[in-house]
Structures are given as C-alpha cells and as structure tokens.
Ligand binder design. Structure first.
Ligand SMILES: Cc1cc2nc3c(=O)[nH]c(=O)nc-3n(C[C@H](O)[C@H](O)[C@H](O)COP(=O)(O)OP(=O)(O)OC[C@H]3O[C@@H](n4cnc5c(N)ncnc54)[C@H](O)[C@@H]3O)c2cc1C
Length: 390
C-alpha cells in the first residue's frame, strides 16, 4: 500500500475501532454521493458513504429546479432524452420505496411561465423553435392576464409555457441518509485524504482508517478542488443566495422565470399540481464567484426581492434567506471518471446548478464504468480535462 501521507495520529487511529469492508467507499453524502450509494445498494453491491455533515451544502440549500429550457440561449438539458427519464424514474422510485412522511413526493411537476425580456429575445426563441423540433409543441401566451389578474405579471412580450419539475433535494438527501444509516452505509466523519492508502495494483483496492474497499468515489462537492490525489479538479464554484417569502395578498401556481425565478413551494402532495396555489415562494438565485462561503448578504437579498417584485408586483415578507456554493465545473458540465494512475479511484462532481436532473443518470453511468460495463459519455467524462489541468 502506498501512503498518501505518513502522518497518522493515535487519535485518528483509535477513532473508529471496528473494521469495515465494502465494495465502494463514497466520499461526500450530498445528493451525488447518496444517490450513487442508494443505486449501488439496490444493485446488490456494498457501499459506504463517508460524509462530514454541513448545514449549507449545495444539496441542502439548492432550489432543486429541473428546468427543461434554461439560460439566455434557451438551452435544453444535455442529453435530455436519457437524463430526464432517468431522474424522474429515480425520484419516483424514492417516493415509492423510501420510508417518509405520508404526503411526501420528492419530485413534482411545476407549470412554468418563462417571460420574454425583450422583443429580440422572443424572436430568438422563434428561430430556436423552428430549428429544434422537440420545442415545437411548447405553447406561448401573449395574454398573461388571463392567468393572473391580481397582481398582473409583468410580461409585455409574452411568455412561454411548459412544465418544469422541482426536486426537494434537502428532504430527499435527509431521507436517503436515514435509509443508508439504517443499512450501516453512512458514516459521519471528515475524510482526510492524507490517510488514504492505495494499492498500486487496482485489484488490491484501498484502505482508509478502519475501512477497506475495492473502490473509492469522491463526490465531495465544491470543496474538492484541491486534492493531492487528483491535482486541481476542474471546478469553478459559484456561490448562490435564495430567499423564501410569503406573499401577503396573492398566491402563485406557476414557476415564473425571467432571469430571477419565483418558485411556488407546494407543501402537500395532494391534489392536481396544475390547480394548486401557494403563498410560499422561493426566489433565486444570485451568482458570485469570488466570496465562496455560506454567509448571507443583505444587499443580495434586497436585489432578489426587487427583481421578484418587478416580475410579480405584490407584497412579500421574507421568511428565510439562505446561501450555499454550487460545485460548478469549468465548462458547466459534470465530470465523471477514473483516476489516470489509480484505477480504483473514481470521481463524480461538477453538477453546478443542474444536480437535480443530472445526478441519477451520472450515478448510473459511473456504476457501469466501475463494473467495466460501460464508458462515460464524452461530454461528461473526466478525460476531457486530463492533460489540460495540472
Ligand atoms: C443557491 C443554490 C441554488 C441551486 N439551485 C439548483 C436548482 O434549482 N436546480 C438544481 O438542479 N441544482 C441547484 N443547485 C445545485 C445543486 O444543489 C447541486 O448541483 C447538488 O446539490 C450537488 O450535490 P453534491 O452531492 O455534488 O454536492 P454537495 O451537496 O455539496 O455535497 C457534498 C458533500 O460532501 C461533503 N464533504 C466535502 N468534503 C468532505 C470531506 N473531506 N469529508 C467528508 N465529507 C466531505 C460535504 O459536507 C457535503 O455533505 C443549487 C445550488 C445552490 C447553492
């Protein structure tokens, strides 16, 4: 076994007294690590997640929106044909199989109105729709007053109507962690990479403290960019802030998007979503690349509130303000793959603002790769960075 660092303290050696053997040791128990572990256990493999819990991880803070058309260029989800069904099926399976509160649905459809900001944007969309036939069935509405009269939504150039989804990542991760803990597959501890002992021969696996495993997967989010094992991972983390507000004299039944989003937080699963309304709304999200921490900034809160009120002019009372950091990759796509030298070491990270839709599919692909039964699609493969990064 080759030691990453020979410094081991007595305290660390004694910390975990029992030894544990597993097929896959997963570092990080956010959405990525928990979904991967759950899928592996369902396939009959042994998996253990090692996670240092933190209250403001991306999976706890994030809005969980799956928006099929996003950004200024009206981009669809990468590989939507495979990625979206994989996500929706996985979340449905969790709703069916995980022990949870009776009314819980982890992923629900949310009718969406995306407002055109200018006439040019609307024209851009017309061209895009003509070029990409899967957009053809989407409806546009000029007269939003038919949908909301009091207050009226500010949408002088009309809006596009389509379904999005919202995944309650915070509760889902909590429930997945409970399910893993019940199967002795979750350990709350900081992973200190310097204590990792890797065999030079992949079949020899690895040891970490009292754990021995055939493989290790690092899914530890935005803080993972510095690693002596991986070098600098291609992350470009982006801090984001969100508000939760209560509407004083209005309710919302659509996700409204115009740069800023207003997401209705339906709290019960009963009834037809399309006809549900709520006065509880999440507003987001800011982007900041310099100050990477989970501190909330009052000015950002004010600016989010102003943007929201410009879209939906009604009185809003702030109930909660949260901040976290998205583990975004340099080219805005996740990266999955195996270490160039240690073939028992894998990585799955870089989900940025799209973890909700991408994680279940990526976990499936990584499990296949670890089994020697598949290759990671080029667009999300770690290899695209190897050789370019130190
Ligand atoms: C403000 C904001 C809004 C967002 N909105 C959306 C959205 O609308 N839709 C969407 O799809 N996504 C959204 N996201 C992004 C989404 O939340 C992430 O893509 C996803 O949660 C990433 O999951 P993860 O498991 O990779 O990372 P994380 O959730 O960050 O989990 C990483 C875990 O690893 C642990 N860890 C790190 N280092 C160690 C260590 N050394 N030892 C042990 N444990 C360690 C951490 O404590 C954490 O538990 C948003 C994120 C933010 C911050």
């Amino acid at each position: 076994m080759e030691k990453m660092n020979k410094q081991k303290t007595r305290h660390e050696e004694n910390k975990l007294s029992k030894s544990h053997e597993t097929d896959v040791l997963i570092i990080g128990g956010g959405l990525a690590g928990c979904v991967l572990a759950y899928q592996l256990l369902e396939q009959g493999k042994r998996a253990i997640v090692l996670d240092e819990p933190h209250h403001s991880t991306a999976s706890r803070v994030g809005a969980g929106i799956i928006n099929p058309i996003s950004g200024k260029r009206y981009s669809s989800i990468w590989n939507a044909k495979e990625v979206l069904p994989s996500a929706l099926n996985f979340y449905q399976k969790c709703t069916d199989e995980l022990p949870h509160k009776p009314d819980r649905i982890y992923c629900r459809e949310v009718p969406t109105l995306r407002m055109f900001a200018t006439e040019e944007e609307r024209n851009f969309w017309e061209i895009k729709r003509a070029q990409e036939h899967h957009f053809a069935q989407l409806r546009e509405t000029r007269n939003i007053d038919e949908l909301y009269d009091k207050p009226s939504i500010h949408a002088p150039f009309g809006a596009l109507q389509f379904p999005s989804w919202r995944v309650e990542t915070e509760v889902l991760v909590a429930d997945l962690r409970n399910a893993l803990a019940r199967r002795d597959a979750l350990w709350e501890d900081f992973f200190d990479e310097t204590l990792l002992e890797l065999s030079n021969d992949a079949a020899g696996g690895l040891r970490y403290k009292n754990f021995s495993a055939k493989k290790i997967v690092v899914c530890h989010g935005w803080k993972a960019h510095k690693s002596s094992l991986w070098g600098t991972l291609p992350l470009s983390p982006a801090k984001g802030e969100l508000l939760t507000v209560r509407l004083k004299s209005a309710s919302l039944r659509h996700l409204l998007v115009k740069g800023t989003f207003l997401l209705p937080l339906f709290l019960s699963s009963s009834g037809d979503n399309a006809s549900q309304e709520t006065d509880l709304v999440r507003i987001g999200a800011s982007y900041e690349w310099e100050q990477l921490d989970d501190r909330i900034n009052a000015d950002v809160g004010v600016s989010l509130l102003e943007s929201a009120q410009a879209i939906f002019p009604t009185e809003m009372q702030i109930v909660e303000h949260r901040a976290g950091v998205r583990p975004a990759a340099k080219d805005s796509r996740p990266f999955l793959g195996v270490h160039p030298r240690y073939k028992q070491c894998f990585v799955m990270n870089g989900f940025g603002a799209k973890g909700a839709v991408l994680v279940p599919y990526c976990a499936e692909q990584l499990a296949l790769l670890m089994d020697g039964r598949g290759e990671i699609p080029r667009e999300i493969a770690l290899e695209r960075f190897l050789g370019k990064e130190p």
